[in-house]
Ligand binder design. Structure first.
Ligand code: GLU
Length: 277
């Protein structure tokens, strides 16, 4: 009797273990974006799915902005993503775009919701601990946006009593605390919210990359960029750590579009100013 009880207990524990292992398997599948039966890595998953899922901005003019009349996202990052998909999967339409913000992009990548981030993202040593980056595909630098009649002409004017607006999870928000330690920093979820806040007088200046600020000044000419750039912001495409095959494929595709003129065409279409200097 005691023996059969022991046996039952053992059988139960084995069953439980099998069930737990099965659950783990389902989770791992999820982290690879699904549809990855037998796929060894992110690139294989993409090839099986025949589509790359990119995390992109939806609120950043010139880089990733949702067009309300078509529902499509448009911008430099979007066109580069399509050009890369054409190289890797043979067709620029083999992409899916999911919205990310500066704060959500790394967590969404880690969760497996997206394969890669192409969203005005600066390559930094700190971020390299969490994700792997491709080669640089765009060079920006942090600057300030103010109303044209503002007395603020540069960093030195961000004294005590001034408020600077920034976006959560951005390098700009971190950097400004070092560069203008006396100023108060107000953080927002995304760039649309931050610009609306600037327009409604919640702050004296908005800080982020010059290329993003340029898009705002272009939208509302009563604002302009002041004080030049005070950081280097080289953009890279991020993938989950260790996804070497995908990283190599993206770097190879980037090289190809840079040498076949496609990159230059996209650059000219969106970036009217030269931000690389
Ligand atoms: N390039 C900067 C960053 O990666 C600012 C732009 C952004 O918030 O995406 O943090």
């Amino acid at each position: 009797m005691a023996k059969s009880k022991k046996f039952l207990k053992l059988a139960f524990i084995s069953l439980l273990t099998v069930a737990m292992l099965a659950a783990c398997g389902t989770n791992a599948e999820k982290t690879n974006g699904g549809g990855n039966e037998g796929a060894k890595n992110a690139l294989e998953t993409i090839k099986k799915r025949d589509k790359i899922i990119f995390g992109v901005k939806n609120d950043t003019r010139l880089f990733g902005l949702k067009n309300p009349s078509t529902g499509e996202v448009e911008g430099f990052d979007i066109d580069i993503a399509k050009a890369l998909a054409k190289q890797i999967l043979g067709d620029e339409s083999k992409v899916e775009f999911k919205e990310v913000t500066s704060k959500t992009r790394i967590p969404l990548l880690q969760k497996g919701d997206i394969d890669a981030i192409i969203a005005t993202m600066t390559i930094t040593e700190e971020r390299k601990k969490e994700v792997d980056f491709t080669d640089v595909y765009f060079k920006a630098g942090q600057s300030l946006l103010v109303k044209k009649d503002s007395p603020i002409k540069g960093l030195k004017d961000l004294k005590k009593g001034t408020t600077v607006l920034a976006v959560k999870g951005s390098t700009s928000s971190q950097n400004i605390r070092e560069k203008a330690p006396e100023a108060k920093v107000l953080e927002f979820e995304n760039y649309a919210e931050a610009f609306t806040a600037l327009k409604s007088g919640q702050g004296d200046a908005l800080t982020t990359d010059n290329a993003i600020l340029y898009g705002m000044a272009d939208e509302d000419p009563s604002y302009h960029i002041v004080g030049g750039t005070f950081t280097d912001e080289p953009y890279g495409i991020a993938v989950r750590k260790g996804e070497k095959e995908l990283l190599d494929a993206l770097n190879k595709a980037l090289k190809t579009i840079k040498s076949n003129g496609e990159y230059d065409k996209i650059y000219k279409k969106w970036i009217k100013k030269d931000f690389s200097k």
